[in-house]
Ligand binder design. Structure first.
Ligand code: CUA
Length: 330
């Protein structure tokens, strides 16, 4: 291989390896202070492990190639006690203490100004914004909007089995355990979008249990809250009105709430403002009329095991009207 080609190869490999350090779900690309501390610990461990590896390789080379007289001490009791006992105990103790303190993201001290209840369900996230007294203000799903630069307390619940809440770029992960509430403090230091993922195997579609955290400037967030608290907007034209009629006539309200229409089901996600969300199916698909229509017709095929039945009864204009009405619920 010519030097030029090998340089290119090395560059390509380095770029590929470093690409793993960035992105919306990278613990090494921190968007908040808690994740920054964890990233620092990870880099510390990486550098420390590299140093130890270097020393071990050096000692190995010494043991193999050095003259007898100068390597004899390697076989002595002292070297074995120092390198095989004292060093590992010291290193592992330091790491244990660092890991327990650095990765603990549970809220402590005074409560944050904003409290959100996040409930893990097979396989999606029910997100309920609470008032200062802990009463629900409105509900959404699979998307957590927060004001940038402000701490938020997330009450983590599980509705069925154990799930685990993890937004690697913003905080450490914390389990969601049935019958127990964990409170995670989350803060995004800048405006941005990050991906979160259930981090505890919870059944067939566990890998499809994702969500998005969106951090916005304070005033944008407040406007969003005001919009979410309002009921669904009335249909703007007869086509959308037909979509709403179909939604109400074909049993959708048995599982879904759309405030302002009389639909009050609580099994599935609240759809009052579903059109304003970035994804559907818990981070599976981008949210637009086409994916909504596909989901309505055959959700069990798109996400096997999920509780939404398929509705092949909707076709043509009816399906378009229903999907368009849902998409209009901003
Ligand atoms: Cu929920 Cu894995």
């Amino acid at each position: 291989m010519s030097p030029r080609i090998s340089t290119r190869c090395a560059e390509a490999l380095a770029a590929a390896a470093l690409a793993g350090c960035a992105g919306p779900q990278s613990a090494l690309d921190a968007g908040g202070e808690a994740a920054g501390r964890i990233a620092g610990l990870a880099w510390g461990m990486f550098v420390g492990a590299a140093l130890i590896l270097g020393v071990v390789i050096g000692l190995l080379a010494w043991a193999v190639w050095a003259p007898d007289s100068s390597r004899r001490w390697l076989a002595g009791d002292r070297a074995i006690v120092a390198g095989g006992l004292v060093l590992p105990v010291v290193v592992l103790t330091v790491l244990l203490v660092a890991a327990l303190t650095v990765t603990d993201g549970r809220a402590s001290g005074e409560a944050a100004g904003l409290r959100i209840r996040v409930e893990g369900e097979q396989w999606w996230w029910r997100v309920t914004y609470l008032d200062p007294d802990g009463r629900p203000l409105f509900a959404t799903a699979n998307e957590i909007r927060i004001p940038a630069g402000r701490a938020v307390d997330l009450e983590l619940h599980a509705a069925d089995v154990i799930h685990s809440f993890w937004v690697p770029a913003l905080a450490g992960k914390l389990d969601m355990i049935p019958g127990h509430v964990n409170v995670l403090r989350l803060q995004a230091d800048r405006v941005g979008r990050w991906r979160g993922q259930c981090a505890e195997y919870c059944g067939g579609a566990h890998a499809w249990m994702a969500f998005v955290v969106v951090a916005e400037p304070g005033e944008v967030f407040e406007a969003w809250v005001a919009g979410q608290r309002a009921p669904a907007p009335p249909p703007a034209d007869p086509f959308l009105a037909r979509g709403r009629e179909l939604f109400l006539a074909f049993g959708c309200p048995a599982c879904h709430t759309v405030r302002g229409t009389g639909a009050m089901g609580v099994i599935g996600p609240d759809l009052t403002h579903v059109g304003g969300r970035l994804t559907i199916g818990a981070g599976m698909l981008p949210n637009h009329v086409g994916t909504l229509a596909a989901w309505i017709v055959d959700a069990p095929h798109l996400k096997p095991g999920n509780r939404m039945p398929g509705f092949p009864v909707f076709t043509g204009e009816d399906l378009r009207a229903l999907a368009a009405w849902l998409e209009s619920l901003k």
